[in-house]
Design a protein around this ligand. Structure first.
Ligand code: ATP
Ligand code: MG
Length: 334
């Protein structure tokens, strides 16, 4: 039976890339009736420094972002990672299954650690092992994510395969990444070669889900582009990463294909396209922004939702962890 899991880090302001590449698609899975678990991954967030009060705030705001994007905490299971201890417990087992050589190939670690990798936290290095545990502690079969997570999902499959092989069991499923749509990799508005990220120091590089209409319009107006008008086919976007990014964002927001967008705006200047894109972004995002603000007015209710989510989650995770311990040879209750 299919089961969906995905997570987002409370590491800063949710942005358009998170919405189009992840949140929007989560609601689709839930509404198709697939059992879905969605997670605020606070243990992942602290792999780089987080101010404690900011982390608490971001976790609640992220929970509000999930709900405002259409995740129903009754239909789906909505949790905060550290409140379901089996994630971290299974991660330890996986730390002993995964190989150092596998981790050395992870591009996200290289990107985030930067030049001085010796100074990065051990947690940042082990991040993919915890991510594998997040997914496999539910025996999740499908994981909707943005393109940047593809390599980590391959590693999750490697860990499941090696565990099953080493212990001679058929216990952990081999998960399918689900990377679909026109916005699986939304790029920075300032640099068409970098993805839009919460951790990008430039606030102008991303549209936050908490931005007001004027801020959204300003950021799109100032987005980097080339001086050429829009081409008459998507092939014409091949060497124009910034132009391609704006077209893809438009397409995803309007539920159109990039081909249709280019057909509508062929030969038009960005001076015309950008205001249309800004209007569309505001129309799509302002209901979410408003709903997030409404939910954030009652943080105690958010905490209650997360506590209930954790209780439901542990009905799934506790037996799977116990069975894992049994397979590995740990003494414990039958
Ligand atoms: P950070 O910079 O702290 O890593 P982030 O913006 O990369 O933050 P994550 O919490 O790491 O966000 O990722 C949450 C989800 O959003 C993942 O499924 C990821 O693939 C997706 N995602 C992140 N950035 C983008 C993007 N630019 N385009 C599409 N999807 C994205
Ligand atoms: Mg990320």
């Amino acid at each position: 039976k299919p089961r969906v899991f995905s997570g987002i880090q409370p590491s800063g302001d949710l942005h358009l890339g998170n919405y189009l590449g992840a949140l929007k698609r989560f609601a689709d899975a839930q509404n198709q009736g697939i059992q879905s678990i969605y997670c605020m991954v606070d243990l992942h967030a602290i792999t780089v420094w987080q101010d404690p009060e900011a982390l608490r705030h971001s976790t609640r705001e992220l929970c509000a972002g999930f709900i405002a994007s259409g995740i129903d905490p009754e239909k789906s299971i909505l949790i905060n990672q550290s409140q379901v201890p089996e994630h971290a417990q299974l991660a330890w087992i996986f730390n002993c299954v995964a190989r150092i050589g596998w981790m050395n190939r992870m591009t996200q670690f290289k990107d985030k650690a930067g030049k001085n990798a010796e100074k990065a936290s051990l947690g940042l290095y082990a991040y993919p092992s915890l991510m594998a545990a997040d997914i496999l502690v539910y025996h999740a079969t499908h994981v909707p994510v943005g393109e940047d997570q593809k390599q980590h999902l391959e590693l999750t499959r490697d860990i499941a395969t090696k565990f099953n092989h080493d212990y001679g069991v058929d216990f952990f499923p081999i998960t399918e990444p689900v990377i679909e749509g026109t916005a699986t990799r939304v790029m920075s508005l300032r640099d068409g070669s970098k993805k839009m990220s919460k951790s990008d120091p430039s606030d102008m590089s991303r549209i936050a889900l908490t931005d007001d209409a004027d801020t959204i319009a300003k950021k799109i107006r100032k987005a980097k582009t080339d001086p050429e008008p829009l081409p008459d086919s998507v092939e014409g976007l091949a060497d124009r990463p910034e132009a391609r990014n704006l077209v893809n964002i438009y397409a995803a927001l309007a539920d159109m294909t990039a081909e249709q967008v280019v057909a509508d705006y062929a030969g038009k200047q960005f001076g015309q396209f950008k205001p249309a894109l800004a209007d569309l972004a505001v129309a799509r995002m302002s209901p979410i922004t408003t709903e997030m603000a409404r939910l954030m007015a009652d943080p105690a209710e958010i905490d209650r939702i997360l506590t209930r989510g954790a209780t439901r989650a542990r009905e799934i995770t506790a037996p799977i962890l116990r069975k894992t311990y049994d397979i590995v040879g740990m003494v414990g209750p039958a």
